[in-house]
Ligand binder design. Structure first.
Ligand SMILES: Cc1cc2nc3c(=O)[nH]c(=O)nc-3n(C[C@H](O)[C@H](O)[C@H](O)COP(=O)(O)OP(=O)(O)OC[C@H]3O[C@@H](n4cnc5c(N)ncnc54)[C@H](O)[C@@H]3O)c2cc1C
Ligand code: FES
Ligand code: FES
Length: 1337
């Protein structure tokens, strides 16, 4: 092998202006891990490892010695081999700016615009925009949005991120609507007075305070690298490890010789296809060729036949070339280029587009790759070369199918691709539909081309190719042949559809599921192409070919979102409030700047401690089975493996009463942890884990709710509430309807995966546990009990958590136990940071829901009686399922006063990973269920939905079904304000107008009210503690039991301490949440984490303030520092604990009565959408939210929570779908397959208004906890889509009492819009085949 003959080269590249020389560069090492582990640059984050989340984004700069140009581009470091970096300059977030040196305006603006919450995605966001701004000093808004395509954020809802970057844009955007009628760009204080005399404000930051952009701050491209690029043009580079050799030849001749010598060696360019197999330890390549320096493969030339693009050019370059060339050419020559450009705009994110090469795309021939169908339909030609010579082949269907005679030989490479011009009589179109509009693989894509005999519509040539159906792009070649000679008319279309459906068959068990939807898309695309061509013919020959009817015109064009714009309106502080007092003001997140500079430390950023081991777990591959044996012998042989830890190694209790930490005799779900392998490195631990052999004896699993009902498999007793007389209610009703709703679950998809570092101390068996959790006390308790220790020996520390949303309440304790047992057994520190797929596999999420309803109502829409049966799929252990079903039963009424109500709730026990707490805690399911009933009543009565809502909404002072009293005044205020702010009635009329004119596109609008109960139904859940120290220099350290999850808890605590102690924020610091400072903290959840801890902090501060009283009175004009110094001299303690006992709540399930929740929070949201009936795509046009947040302690944080929760809700109700195999294995384990909302999913107009003049005597400073409430309002998008679908069905004479289950994905929307195409496709009888995935709700 190459390295045996010669010394490997030094790998030389720069990172943040510093030279890195790697003498033993490992070709398998990826940049992300190298940065984090070798260079200790932990600002670049791991979020998924597969290029899907953007958390690992860096900027690469390279110098082209021929063109003498420097190219900057963003890249996903998780896919980037370090060997590809020779001669490149890497910029990470640390290089962009830091608190230590100087922060960059990109970082500063993002922080000041409140664009970070948990901060885990933030360095990636910074890097994507940094790379853009390095290339375009004043980018367009479109460029900014597209630069963020590949970056996911689970917290913010993206609006503040876009806002902050809008300040760099060349065009100034204006929302036209500012609540006060003013422009959002007017940054003057919008101090307008409401009728009640309060001042209303809008905008959450002040751009006048932004640092100016200073290009001199940026690193210059290292001159040394320029020299290197010039000098080393002709030098072959070789890097070797024990397993792999990386060769970067400098000429085509040399590459071809190498390819002849090593025909199996891959050519790695972007590594975005090959790199995805990196987890497959055995899928390695002894030789890797890197052809990036071959000039012929970088060529771009415009020839007489078309554009020639070098195979090593990346997709972003291709896009830029097309954008530049298209306007310069006659339109008829550019049809294929336009089609390619359309695909390139939505393909992946900017990072992948900047890395992935055209050659790699063509050769890897992925099923859903978007360019291949169109390149093939457009008759592109591949220039191949081998050391035997050169030849050209067509990139046609046979090449794509891998037919030997049409394929590239192992010794050949693609040098370049000729993409020909189109001709006058030719039409070419590209289509794609994905689960999410951007950064998502196509479900189905297509490339279609027709050539007519000149001046006619007689088909001379036809190509139809589809992706997403088979293992590669498929061609309907035979169908096309049969259609040659035909006219382009309706008969041809129906025959084409018939032929295509016969030729392109998709088996019912096809991997990926969505079988009927995919079949429908085949013909829907064909139809759209048919119409596009007719439209084109008319434009060319207006007198020969008729114009399309308006109906048909509406089928053309895809839904495209514009640049999102937002408005945030809130009540200003009183005029008299001291300017120093931060309470009520939009103060920036305490860690905001650190998030943006990458200096905020998360668990896996903690530097390795001496002797630290890595841990990988072995999980069950069976949903239900006995463990017959565990053989660890082979694992122990793996070099670097230190030990294997099983249930036998737990000295104390293996988990808690409900759940085992290590499965012992039996497994009860796929993904259950059986044992753990600890090794010197993570790679070795993972390798060891693969070698553990487990023998199972299968037992029958229960997976779906319906199976659990059949087997009477429940986690808890039935929970039941009754109000009024249900039988009487039904008797008095004019009509009774019955129905069902199924709702899927939801992954938390916190950007920081579960992580824990356990460090055994040398003395007294003490252990430090650094853990990403919402519930440090539970971690401490479980670790102590597993190790047979007292809790006082286990010290838990949590500085911040990179997103949690309820998912880090119960689960982290088990991960901590696993790591602690391993640390105990080996006596060494252990790090256990889960990879994304493992985190998704092991942990459950939101409970899937099934509800049955019977509702009796009057002709005027008034509901008289309702009988609800609610089921959740709890998974294999109890976890939080009992509480979740209780909350569903308690909250199912939402905003509606149903006089006679019976609700029964059941938590089903199944063999799925145990589901757990998730933002909203059952209410998102319960709320959707009751709103579905409202819609069903409105449909039956024919009344407007908002009227049925109004007639049933609580009015005045009321009692819930469990007899808790509340006043619905603010519910109505929010509702009415939302009707006005959203201009609901006139927009509703406009929606109807639009729908009359557009057959294939429809709009929908919905307004939803909300009564959200905050907190927990037991007092002790609300208790909280704090510890405040004042040091002799006057600085203050605040500690409390709450955990920073991104919700800004510490920021608010500092605001409160500042207010109570009357000192500036700069005097106060928060360090970490720790069991050593504030013990026995309850979990930070239920929207009350902040306010209860705030009470404790307030208590401690007030104690201290009181102690200082005599000193202050003696020296009233003195400074804070003087008082503190004097107090110390007087032996006054400057440290105090604070405590909050908790809100008085209780719920008695015996009497079915109680004061279950401390208080209620009200809101309303109105959303408008547009759907594409042919594909099921939808676009969120506008959302207006009015929320009764009472007096907001920090409007920036509260509005951020509302927006973020809303977008997460949009995810649950319209996008996020978890699939399980019939064997109970989760199939959606990465961002590739599980889609959370991205930048493209937020409403184009997003307006949030906090209700003024509201007070809440229960919570601190009359505030309310808004952490969860916004989530349910995401259902307004669900019901707006339903409204649009109803308009489709009404027009087509289809039944209107249809059920739409959640999530309303592209598939469900399309299939609900029944038409000739859905009727045309073959249907498979359930039970006659094994489906790829099953429904577990
Ligand atoms: C997160 C993510 C999202 C994506 N989203 C999309 C999407 O929405 N739509 C879409 O179409 N695609 C998408 N892709 C796929 C992407 O288009 C391909 O992975 C990419 O084009 C492959 O190019 P590469 O340079 O990275 O190939 P590599 O991984 O470097 O190589 C792939 C294969 O091509 C061979 N090869 C490369 N160049 C040549 C050559 N010149 N001659 C001969 N053989 C060669 C190599 O030997 C190797 O076997 C996505 C990928 C990722 C990771
Ligand atoms: S970690 Fe690289 S894209 Fe997610
Ligand atoms: S702030 Fe974006 S993921 Fe938390």
């Amino acid at each position: 092998m190459a390295c045996h003959d010669k010394q490997p080269d030094d790998l030389i590249f720069f990172v943040n202006g510093k030279k890195v020389i790697e003498r033993q560069a490992d070709p398998e090492e990826l940049l992300l891990y190298y940065l984090r582990k070798e260079l200790r640059l932990s600002g670049t984050k791991y979020g998924c490892g597969v290029g899907g989340c953007g958390a690992c984004t860096v900027m690469l700069s390279t110098y082209d010695p021929v063109a003498k140009k420097i190219r900057h581009h963003p890249a996903n470091s998780c896919l980037l081999p370090i060997c590809s970096l020779h001669g490149a300059a890497v910029t990470t977030v640390e290089g962009v700016g830091s608190i230590k040196k100087r922060i960059n305006p990109i970082q500063e603006r993002l922080a000041k615009c409140h664009g970070s919450q948990c901060g885990f995605c933030t360095p990636g966001m910074v890097m994507s925009i940094y790379a853009l701004v390095r290339n375009h000093v004043k980018p367009s808004m479109e460029q900014i949005i597209s630069a963020l395509d590949g970056n996911l954020c689970r917290c913010t809802g993206y609006r503040p991120i876009i806002d902050s970057y809008a300040s760099f844009a060349k065009e100034q955007t204006c929302c036209q609507l500012r609540g006060t009628g003013q422009c959002c760009l007017d940054q003057e204080e919008l101090g307008c007075s409401s009728s009640a005399g309060v001042r209303i404000r809008s905008g959450l930051c002040n751009p006048a305070e932004f640092l100016p952009v200073d290009p001199t701050q940026e690193f210059i491209f290292p001159p040394e690298l320029m020299r290197m690029a010039q000098e080393q043009q002709k030098k072959t580079l070789t890097f070797c490890s024990k397993r792999t050799t990386w060769i970067s030849p400098s000429s085509l001749k040399e590459l071809l010789e190498l390819k002849a010598k090593y025909p199996k060696a891959p050519l790695v360019v972007g590594n975005t296809s090959l790199g995805l197999n990196k987890n497959d330890h055995d899928a390695y390549h002894p030789i890797i060729l890197h052809p990036l320096r071959i000039p012929e493969m970088q060529v771009v030339s415009i020839t007489d036949d078309g554009i020639v693009i070098g195979a090593a050019c990346c997709l972003a370059q291709l896009r830029d070339i097309l954008m530049e060339t298209i306007p310069k050419l006659p339109n008829e020559k550019t049809k294929i280029y336009q089609a390619l450009l359309q695909q390139l705009r939505t393909l992946a994110g900017e990072q992948i587009r900047s890395m992935a090469s055209l050659g790699g795309h063509i050769v890897s021939r992925g099923s859903a790759w978007d360019l291949n169908p169109i390149l093939s339909a457009g008759k592109s030609v591949l220039s191949l070369a081998s050391n035997g010579g050169k030849r050209q082949i067509f990139l046609n269907d046979q090449f794509l199918a891998g037919h030997k005679h049409a394929d590239i030989e192992p010794k050949e490479v693609i040098v370049s691709v000729l993409i020909p011009y189109s001709t006058k009589d030719e039409f070419i179109s590209a289509f794609r539909q994905a689960d999410r509009q951007k950064n998502a693989f196509s479900v189905v894509n297509a490339g279609l081309r027709v050539l007519f005999s000149p001046g006619t519509d007689t088909i001379v040539d036809l190509s139809i190719l589809y992706g997403g159906i088979g293992s590669t792009t498929l061609s309907a070649r035979k169908s096309c042949e049969k259609l040659i000679g035909r006219q382009w008319d309706d008969q041809m279309l129906s025959e084409a559809c018939k032929l295509v459906l016969e030729e392109i068959s998709l088996p019912p068990s096809a991997s990926g599921g969505k079988v009927e939807y995919r079949r429908t898309l085949l013909v829907s695309f064909l139809f759209r192409f048919y119409l596009e061509v007719l439209h084109g013919l008319h434009q060319m020959y207006p007198f020969r070919y008729a114009e399309l009817s308006q109906d048909k015109m509406s089928a053309l064009g895809m839904l495209q979102s514009g640049v999102p714009q937002g408005v945030q309106v809130y009540q200003d502080v009183d005029r008299g409030q001291s300017p120093q007092d931060p309470v009520g003001r939009p103060i920036m997140h305490q860690s905001g700047i650190k998030h943006t500079t990458g200096e905020a430390v998360y668990i896996d950023d903690i530097r390795p401690v001496d002797g630290e081991l890595s841990l990988a777990v072995v999980t069950s591959i069976k949903a239900h089975a006995k463990i017959k044996s565990i053989d660890i012998s082979e694992a122990l042989q793996v070099p670097g493996v230190i030990n294997v830890v099983t249930a036998k190694d737990v000295p104390g209790k293996n988990g808690n009463d409900e759940e085992e930490a290590f499965a012992k005799d039996k497994v009860i779900c796929v993904g259950q942890i059986i044992c753990a392998v600890v090794a010197e490195t993570l790679t070795q631990a993972k390798c060891g884990a693969k070698k553990v052999k487990i023998v199972y004896e299968d037992l029958q699993p229960v997976l779906a709710i319906k199976d659990a009902i059949k087997h009477n498999s429940y986690i808890t007793e039935e929970r039941k509430l009754e109000k009024g007389d249900i039988e009487k209610g039904f008797k008095s009703a004019d009509k009774i309807i019955e129905g069902e709703l199924h709702m899927g679950g939801q992954e938390h998809f916190y950007l920081e995966t579960n992580s824990v570092v356990v460090i055994p101390r040398m003395e007294d068996k003490e252990m430090d546990v650094y853990v990403s959790t919402q519930h440090a006390t539970e971690v401490q308790k479980l670790v102590a009990s597993a190790l047979n220790l007292q809790s006082n020996k286990v010290m838990c520390h949590t500085k911040r958590v990179g997103g949690a949303f309820g998912g880090k309440i119960t689960k982290p304790s088990f991960f901590a136990v696993i790591a602690a047992v391993a640390a105990n057994k080996t006596g060494r520190p252990v790090r256990f940071a889960l990879e994304r797929d493992m985190d998704m596999l092991i942990t459950g999420g939101r409970h899937p829901f099934f509800g049955k309803y019977k509702v009796g109502f009057m002709k005027n829409g008034r509901i008289m009686a309702a009988d609800f049966q609610c089921y959740i799929n709890g998974g294999c252990t109890k976890d939080e399922s009992e509480l979740v079903i209780e909350y569903i039963v308690l909250k199912v009424d939402n905003a509606y006063n149903i006089p006679n109500l019976r609700v029964r709730g059941h938590a089903c026990k199944t063999n799925l990973p145990s589901n757990t707490a998730f933002r909203g805690f059952g209410f998102p399911q319960a709320g959707l269920f009751v709103e579905t009933c409202i819609v069903a009543v409105a449909t039956k009565t024919g009344l407007p939905h908002e009227k049925v809502r109004e007639i049933n909404m609580y009015k005045g002072v009321n009692r819930t079904a469990f007899e808790e009293e509340f006043d619905a005044e603010n519910l109505w205020k929010c509702w009415k304000e939302c009707l006005v702010k959203s201009d609901y009635h006139s927009r509703n009329a406009k929606v109807e107008e639009f729908n009359k004119k557009n057959y294939w596109k429809k709009k929908g609008i919905a307004i939803i009210p909300m009564k959200f109960s905050v907190g927990f139904n037991a007092t002790y859940f609300h208790q909280a503690g704090a510890l405040v120290h004042i040091y002799l220099d006057g600085s203050v350290l605040v500690t409390h039991g709450g955990i920073e999850l991104g919700q800004g808890i510490h920021t608010k605590m500092l605001q409160i301490a500042s207010h109570e102690l009357k000192i500036p924020l700069s005097y106060i610091h928060f360090c970490e949440t720790s069991s050593t400072t504030v013990p026995n903290g309850k979990y930070t959840a239920g929207s009350v984490g902040t306010e209860i801890n705030a009470r404790a902090v307030q208590d401690a501060c007030q104690i201290l303030w009181k102690r200082l009283d005599p000193i202050r009175r003696k020296n009233p004009k003195g400074k804070w520092e003087d008082w503190i110094s004097e107090a110390h001299k007087k032996s006054i303690s400057l440290s105090a604990t604070g405590y909050f006992k908790g809100y008085e709540t209780n719920m008695n399930w015996e009497t079915k009565k109680g004061h279950a929740f401390p208080y209620f929070l009200y809101g309303a949201a109105c959303s408008e959408v547009e759907i594409d009936c042919l594909t099921g795509a939808h676009k969120n046009i506008r959302t207006d939210i009015v929320m009764d947040a009472s007096f907001s302690i920090n409007p920036a944080i509260d509005i951020g929570q509302i927006e973020g929760a809303f977008i997460q809700g949009v995810g649950l109700y319209t996008l996020e779908e978890i699939y399980f195999s019939p064997e109970g294995e989760q199939l959606t384990l990465s961002p590739d397959t599980y889609k959370i909302p991205a930048v493209c999913d937020i409403p184009e107009q997003f307006h949030v208004y906090l209700l003024p003049n509201s007070c809440n005597s229960i919570a601190i400073y009359s505030s309310k906890g808004v952490g969860e409430a916004g989530f349910f309002l995401g259902s307004s998008v669900f019901f707006a889509i339903r409204d649009a679908v109803a308009a489709v069905r009404k027009e087509r004479g289809l039944p209107l009492d249809f059920t739409l289950n959640s999530p309303l994905t592209v598939e469900r929307i399309r299939m609900a819009c029944d038409d000739i195409f859905t009727k045309m496709i073959p249907k498979d009888k359930p039970g006659t085949y094994k489906p790829w995935a099953i429904d577990i709700s």
